[in-house]
Write a new protein. Structure first.
Length: 290
């Protein structure tokens, strides 16, 4: 079982730049990825998305790539030929406008592309190949944490499943005695209303049979037990099982609601309430399972 909550971090070098790759993931119904990269390159974003999606099936993920503050400043390059052309253009403009021709250096360095920080122009494919080790290492760390969290979730699911199994067994025992208990209550009420000896045994048996059929929950109990067994199996499976767990919990909730609507015993109703409370706890846990 794998949790959707986790964190992974790795460092890498991309054409002389010391970068940090950080990944955070939270629960989500689908795969939702947000990228924060130091390059505005659609091809690179698509390649990073593919790399993450190959290893993560579900969750809300944020991937951030930034400069490593602990390691010096990035490389800086000055485009001298471009600065000269800018200077010549500015001097000519100043002459035309009868302005002083002295151009401050601050003006030149502020112009576009005179000073470039980091690597020279690279394609998305080149950037991704250089960034890939950091992406994969961060994914490794993220998946390790998600699996560790998943083990904790699996233990919680197993504990809740065991509790539910005990409750369902108790409901099954109580339901077997329900017709006889109903017969006794009905016989007592009739006896109080009629003189002794006026009770029709055949009619009484018929009423008890009708009650037993109306209050029969044997099929619901069989399905509940089957769903709980499947929960136990899913806890042992590798890979994403969150959607299956969510479906099983919906089915369990539907069956226990039916049991509650048919129940004529206060004890059974009490167990139904506890089962529903445990199912809600399970649902909260399962929301974090991939």
């Amino acid at each position: 079982m794998i949790s959707m909550t986790g964190y992974g971090r790795a460092a890498c070098q991309v054409f002389g730049r010391h970068l940090v790759v950080e990944m955070r993931s939270l629960n989500h119904r689908y795969f939702d990825l947000k990228l924060r990269l130091p390059w505005a390159d659609a091809a690179l974003e698509a390649l990073v998305t593919q790399a993450v999606k190959r290893r993560i099936e579900r969750g809300a993920l944020t991937v951030t790539v930034r400069e490593d503050a602990g390691i010096g400043a990035p490389e800086m390059r000055v485009n001298v030929p471009l600065a000269k052309r800018y200077y010549q253009a500015l001097v000519e403009l100043a002459r035309e406008l009868a302005l002083p021709t002295e151009i401050p250096i601050e003006v030149l360095v502020s112009l576009r592309d005179v000073i470039a920080i980091g690597e020279s122009e690279r394609s998305g494919d080149e950037l991704f190949e250089a960034l890939r080790p950091g992406i994969e290492a961060a994914l490794d760390a993220l998946i390790v944490m998600r699996r560790r969290e998943g083990e904790v979730l699996a233990e919680a699911v197993r504990a809740h499943t065991a509790e539910l199994s005990q409750r369902i067994a108790c409901i099954g025992e109580l339901s077997r005695d329900a017709p006889e208990q109903y017969r006794k209550r009905l016989e007592e009420r009739i006896a109080r209303a009629l003189a002794a000896g006026q009770i029709d045994p055949q009619r009484l048996a018929q009423e008890v049979a009708i009650f037993a059929d109306r209050a029969d929950i044997s099929e619901e109990l069989v399905r509940l037990s089957s769903h709980l067994a499947q929960l136990g199996v899913l806890c042992q499976e590798n890979g994403p099982v969150g959607r299956k767990l969510d479906f099983l919990l919906q089915e369990l909730n539907r069956e226990i609601n039916t049991v509650g609507s048919k129940a004529q015993s206060a004890e059974i109703v009490s167990h139904v309430v506890e089962v529903k409370a445990t199912l809600e706890k399970l649902r909260e846990q399962v929301q974090n399972v991939e």
